[in-house]
Design a protein around this ligand. Structure first.
Ligand code: GAR
Length: 206
């Protein structure tokens, strides 16, 4: 099965969905490691309860972002991932990380990209007044939520929504989308061609 490493910063509801899926051999992937940028989060408890090894790499423990990024790269590399999934990971990975894992890192985001990238996608969509938002799974590149889109689902914004109610409704759809996309990548591969990501392996040249 494909080896998944999941990057987390918080509640871990997306991680929980991946852990619920990975016991089925037909899923095609297993979570082999969970790496966080902070201790004492529910996502780490979920990983430990599932018997999955964890690591914590805190930005504040390093002299600068580049050193942190190299340590994160090492911590993830220990698990020899086929695919890295940022599931509520609230930091940007850097050059060293992408040099090692680029094209094999996906991120889930609670808005319909390219609208409302960044740390407050739900709040920003509400503030703008959109009537439809949703979630996106993208390939991570060097920008902020700017990589090729692998999957998206729409979620209506209701008149009385606040950030919490809309985010909760998005997360229900988001975890199903993420599990679906990860399973399809594990079984079929992921090819990035310029701005476009598609399922399936790259054809060998020649
Ligand atoms: C998810 O909705 C994810 O899309 C979002 O954080 C939430 C994490 O939930 N990520 C971002 O906003 C990244 N910019 P979880 O910890 O319960 O999976």
């Amino acid at each position: 099965a494909g080896r998944l490493v999941v990057l987390v910063s918080g509640t871990g509801s997306n991680l929980a969905a991946l852990l619920a899926a990975h016991d089925d051999p037909a899923f095609g992937a297993r979570v082999v490691g969970v790496v966080a940028d902070r201790p004492d989060i529910r996502a780490l408890d979920l990983a430990r309860d599932a018997g999955v090894p964890t690591a914590v790499v805190r930005l504040g423990d390093f002299p600068d972002r580049a050193a942190w990024d190299r340590a994160l790269t090492e911590a993830v590399g220990v698990f020899s991932p086929d695919l890295v999934v940022a599931a509520g990971f609230m930091k940007l990975v850097g050059a060293a990380f992408l040099a090692r894992f680029g094209g094999r890192v996906i991120n889930t985001h609670p808005a319909l990209l390219p609208s409302f990238p960044g740390a407050h996608g739900v709040r920003d969509a509400l503030a703008y007044g959109v009537r439809v938002s949703g979630c996106s799974v993208i390939v991570v590149d060097e920008g902020v939520d700017s990589g090729p889109i692998v999957g998206q689902e729409a979620v209506p914004v209701l008149p009385d929504d606040d950030e919490e109610s809309l985010h909760e409704r998005i997360k229900v759809v988001e975890r199903t989308l993420l599990v679906d996309v990860v399973g399809r990548i594990a079984r079929d591969g992921l090819t990035v061609e310029g701005r476009h990501a598609r399922l399936g392996r790259a054809r060998a040249a020649g």
